[in-house]
Design a protein around this ligand. Sequence first.
Ligand SMILES: [Fe+2]
Length: 205
Amino acid sequence: MRKSCSPILKGLHVTALADKLKDSPLWGKINYRLEPKGEHLSPHRESLDIHIRYNPIENQDSPDFHSKPHVPQWYPVVKDLPEVLPLAAAVFTNVCADMLGSVFLINIPKGKQIYPHVDKSWNSTYFQKYCISLQNEGQKGACIFEDGSAFAPKAGDVWRFENDVVHWFDNTRGDDDALIMIVNCRPIMAGVLSDVYGKEVRDAA
Ligand SMILES: [Fe+2]
């Protein structure tokens, strides 16, 4: 069975981006992931987002904004944070991807967490998900999975992870905010093999 997470890369240069993000006014401009859905509180309610690339903003009022297939688009904020581009490119090339999905920055403040959840948007299910750690002082923040696997990344580490397994990010013991960059992309082998042979082969790739 495929593990819920595995290391992909180490030592990416993330300090410039992490320093720029401290106390940045760019956090929290787009908050729909943090808001309650009906009577249910969002698992992301204690975190902050910067959405860099996702479904084009002009589609945002559509009721199927999160579920409908789309070609993701860079949001204007990328001009303020061009440091994300070589990091996204490093993941993209390392996994031999042929399509780049969403790119989000997430701040899990010290003492806070992202609560257990499964990601269900089209972007989350069509693409493979990768986490670049930008800041995680003392590796006290950790992404944990229901099956018992976990990773507590150093800044500059990149991990693949499965978001159809219940997972959460615990920074409740953290001395500083944990900053992560989520890059979704579709590895060529995953796409080709799953189209030809089915999901079992994709999982083995
Ligand atoms: Fe998630």
